[in-house]
Design a protein around this ligand. Sequence first.
Ligand code: BGC
Length: 758
Amino acid sequence: MTRTTLRGLTLALLIGASAPALTANAALAQAPTAAPSARPWLDAKLDADKRADLAVAAMTNDEKFTVIFGYFGADMKPKYTRHPDSLDASAGYVAGVPRLGIPGQWQTDAGVGVATQGARQDLRARTALPAGIATAATWNPELAQQGGAMIGKEARDSGFNVQLAGGVNLVREPRNGRNFEYGGEDPWLAGVMVAAQIRGIQSNKIISTIKHYALNAQETGRFVVSSNIGETAARTSDLLAFQFAIEQSDPHSVMCAYNRVNGTYACENDWLLNTVLKKDWGYKGYVMSDWGADHSSAKAANAGLDQESAGDAFDKQPFFAAPLKADLAAGRVSQARIDDMARRVLRALFASGAVDHPVPTPTSHDLPAATLAAHAKITQADAEEAIVLLKNDGDLLPLAKTAKTIAVIGAHADVGVLSGGGSSQVYPAGGRAVKGLEPATWPGPVIYYPSSPLKALQARYPNAKVVYDDGTDPARAAKLAAESELALVFADQWTTESVDAETLNLPKNQDATIDAVASANKKTVVVLITGGPVVMPWLDKVGAVVEAWYPGTAGGEAIARVLTGEVDASGRLPVTFPKSVADLPRPKLDGVGKAEGELFDVNYDIEGAAVGYKWYDLKKIEPLFPFGHGLSYGKFAYSGLTANAAGDKVTVSFDVKNVGARAGKDVPQVYVSPKAGGWEAPKRLAGFKKVSLAPGATQRVTLTVDPRLLATWDETARGWSIAAGQYDIALGSSSRSLVATAPVTLTSAKLPVSPNAR
Ligand code: BGC
């Protein structure tokens, strides 16, 4: 494993840390009571900007420094001790200003639910959504929003008002250990899906982040790597994903990343923070550093960092405490900038609703069973729509109802489903399904959620023999498969924050098990539980393959429902599955073998903005499974494609008809290409729509294309530029299955960098 550590100490030391403290929020979370006239910033009728101005004007400098400095929230003795007012085993805490009615900030990870950190890992049982990449695979923003609303509610009910969610880094490197936290490889898909989740979280009157800003595309050397890329390529790829997501969800905070960008740390990168984010995009929220990502006081503050996270624990010094005060006294940072930093944090607290609707002080670490039961339905719906049916020869799936013997093999499918590791780890109700796995400490533990695919299948086949083998001995698994009508092989790959996968092959000899089982029984179905793409040397031998990702705390039930056809298979790939690492822009992962702390660069100009499918299109490389791919049990036909241009606005319409015999869901996708070329790649995803149709039903879909997806970045004009000419609008069921094309003619146009530019 290629490993970098942050919480690098062994967490084994941590067992038995201090008793839970449930009263943390009590002092500061009381609803503001003083009359608005005495504290006019508490008047909810005023807008957030006005309220922040008024509050900052009333603050002492010490109070301003209070709201821009964060503490760690977990005991990791002997190295770290949590702030006493933090919530136990949480990501962090920022003190409030009770005198002014400003609450503290209680921070929790992350994108799949309320995570728990440090020694007291199992103290908070919560609902976990499927991985971020899985939610992106639903191509269903309504589901993403519903999931966000659910985990945001669990955060609020748990006493947190800042959720460190919203991972939108593009998948540039399929071996990246954190791909599971993100929204795939396309700026529009990732932007739309992550925005929907953030809107859901913030609907609970709490703050969500969006992260990790920016170009944080691998874990190997994450604290030192420089992501090197030209401006045009960055603006049309990773930054565009952030831009879309920020515009569509208004996250109140942006978390800057660990890595450097073009040689400068992301959290002290004036171009990224001041120029692009705050000036060009007109961002009004605050920038918080990732845990250990701040490297300076005045330099970072002047570059646009507004709040230092866990500055007592992970950074070399508590930069935004005494060092920044000294900088202020010496004139290295201005009073106006300190005011702006505090103001941005306060604005977020007002705009989110966190001041007017203080989070409750939790009286128990547990959530009511009824809440968890209701939330299980939400995560299950997400998992069901996330599952991608990659291959289905001879309609092997849905599983025959008449089957009398079914072999279920591998991946602990008898007891549970795997989840992704690191700070985003949510601990499930019901405890861990598999005990004693390594690594037991950071970046572990490795956790299987107690939602058993085997049991869910057995419940659906009461009169059949549904038998489990653990898959560790390929010959034994093959014997069971040979004796069974159907063989289901579950194969998984644990990926985690701080470590990249070494290869795209499944670990632990699972390829051999699948191969042996498929040799013994043609009716072999492979169920993949992975954080991203894997290669499939056995693909030609198996009948069907589904990608279930990390499916969350109701994953076993969701998998069974898709395999048996109770629900349609309606996920689509948000990421290309390559045939081999040899096809990647960087077949060798940069930084492997470097000494810890040694600086190195990754050249992202190799692919530039041609990320994912764009690279494969540009280089004419056939992928294993293309972006957008996924089969349904239903059958859909597209017709009546029209595309119209009015100025820079392109509108696309078409009919989708369910021509099969069963109800189902489909995801028609629209791609756009300039006839004259000149883009980073032949085509871009320009729109999509998830439709749900009864047999025989037709839906007319109309989409408008964001004009930036028709444009290129103009470095001189510092804006977007649409070239006059003909463009093809193509409709299909994946990036490589386009069934109809309509031309549009565009006139040349110049667009500002953002509608909110300052
Ligand atoms: C991760 C962030 C996370 C933070 C707080 C860091 O290691 O990169 O994504 O929000 O820790 O736990």
